[in-house]
Design a protein around this ligand. Structure first.
Ligand SMILES: Cc1ncc(COP(=O)(O)O)c(C=O)c1O
Length: 469
């Protein structure tokens, strides 16, 4: 695959080698004026390269040189027709997918496990969501994905919908059957948008579920920073041209991004691509092998179970700690404070560990050591998280809801009203209610029984809820 270069980093080095006297932003002027703490954190060279908006560093909003080249190299590597670099996270990539393809009045299918970034995407586009239930694993208490059958049923019920958005793989690594789903969705004249925040590495190892682009999706938003080697906040939006207006998606992505993109962030995306281009296959397949070893060893530890499933990315290692009498949150706290290991997340019953290409035998052995040292406690009763079932359509679009006056009512008097806020419990982090949804008696009961931290709800005591006035 030719060209083993990083055009953005190369342009930055050329600029700094010129030793031009900076009378431009940023105000610290390549580190000269920066506080010593910032020097400590970023180093002199890091600050020297922290420049932006020079002609030779290209323009993210009208790329014509190094950014254009870097995006083209990434598109090739990830099997896309085009790729857009995103410096406002996958949040803005998800928003660009919706804003760039939908308009007011369009219906879009959204899974219950959608990330909250879809809410702004829906407000910006004006589209109305149809909510799709996700399958659930009762033994591990965790959300799986949306099944092919559910998509088929939803298409039959709402043939006029314009798009289907899915999260694949989800946080726990469970992918949807995208090859079958993309055929169904396209046959129905709809487009397929994938939040692939947790799947930037899929294309590099055959043992992983197929990537969204390879499975036939039209757009895929990837958090390069979550799994690969770019800096936090950097993502890529992959585009396939067949069924979408590429120029419109580009305009949407541009409108959603800062006009002062940090050059170090852009370079890190380019370098992460270079790293994967050089030996992505070797690195990602090695991570898969390591994760398999970790899984096999965890099975031999008393009280622990490892989640296995179909369409699973094995590098997301979900460990159920119920057998030790611990909740996932208690186990996380012990690992962090006493054993100096930090997991990716914990929920009521599980811990999630990410194995990436940065791991090796040593880090895996240390993790196993820590897991063996987790204490045993007296088991307690754990209520499984509750999830809304059924395919439902929002009463109002999130945009209409956003601009309508709202009022606060007692939760138990809210049945039949239209919700004006987001109600999400962590775990499992799946919105029970999105703005614009009618509040059912079932959901009120679920909120009453929910445990964990609530996000989006103004009243954290859960006694009241904001509804459309
Ligand atoms: C499924 C999913 N989509 C989108 C995002 C947003 O990604 P970012 O944090 O890069 O904005 C996340 C973040 O955790 C996520 O889990």
């Amino acid at each position: 695959m030719g060209n083993f270069s990083a055009p953005i980093a190369a342009a930055m080095k050329r600029y700094s080698a010129d030793e031009v006297l900076p009378f431009h932003t940023p105000g610290h002027k390549q580190g000269r004026g920066a506080h010593e703490l910032l020097h400590e954190l970023l180093t002199a060279e890091g600050l020297r390269q922290e420049v932006s908006l020079m002609e030779e560093l290209d323009d993210l909003h009208a790329p014509h040189s190094c950014i254009m080249e870097a995006q083209a190299l990434a598109a090739r590597l990830w099997h896309a027709d085009e790729c857009l670099f995103m410096v406002n996270g996958t949040t803005s990539a998800v928003q660009a997918m919706l804003f760039g393809t939908l308009k007011a009045g369009d219906l879009v299918m959204i899974p219950r496990n959608a990330h909250r970034s879809v809410i702004a995407g829906l407000i910006l586009s004006g589209a109305t969501p149809i909510f799709l239930p996700v399958d659930f694993d009762d033994e591990f208490n965790l959300p799986l994905n949306v099944s092919v059958e559910t998509i088929a049923r939803a298409i039959k019920k709402f043939p006029q919908a314009r798009a289907v958005l899915l999260v694949s793989p989800n946080y726990y690594g469970v992918a949807a059957e995208l090859q079958k789903i993309s055929k169904l969705v396209h046959a129905a004249g709809m487009i397929l948008l994938i939040d692939e925040a947790h799947g930037a590495h899929l294309t590099f190892c055959d043992e992983l579920p197929p990537s969204a682009m390879e499975a036939g999706a039209d757009l895929a938003a990837q958090s390069t920073h979550k799994i690969l080697g770019s800096l936090t906040q950097t993502s890529m939006l992959m585009l396939r041209k067949d069924f979408i207006d590429v120029e419109r998606v580009k305009r949407a992505a541009s409108l959603l991004q800062t006009t002062s993109p940090n050059q170090l962030l852009l370079a890190s995306l380019d370098i992460a691509r270079l790293q994967m281009q050089i030996d992505g296959q070797k690195k990602i397949c090695a991570a898969v092998e390591l994760s398999k070893r970790l899984r096999a060893e965890i099975k031999n530890i008393f009280g622990l179970k490892v989640f296995e499933g179909i369409n699973l990315d094995p590098t997301k290692v979900t460990v159920n700690v119920q057998g030790l009498g611990l909740t996932g949150q208690e186990a996380e706290e012990i690992l962090r404070r006493e054993l100096r290991v930090q997991c990716e997340l914990s929920d009521v019953t599980n811990l999630l560990f990410l194995v990436t290409f940065a791991d090796d035998e040593e880090t895996i052995s240390k993790l196993l050591d820590a897991l063996r040292r987790l204490p045993r406690r007296t088991p307690k009763k754990i209520l499984p998280p509750l999830l809304p079932k059924g395919i439902t359509v929002a009463k109002l679009s999130p945009r209409e809801t956003f601009y309508l006056p709202a009022e606060v009512v007692a939760l138990n008097e809210a049945v039949g009203r239209v919700c004006a806020e987001e109600v999400t419990f962590y775990p499992p982090g799946i919105p029970l209610l999105m703005p614009g949804e009618e509040i059912s008696a079932q959901v009120v009961e679920m909120i009453g029984h929910s445990q964990g931290r609530v996000i989006g709800m103004g009243d954290s005591t859960l006694a009241t809820i904001k509804v459309v006035a």
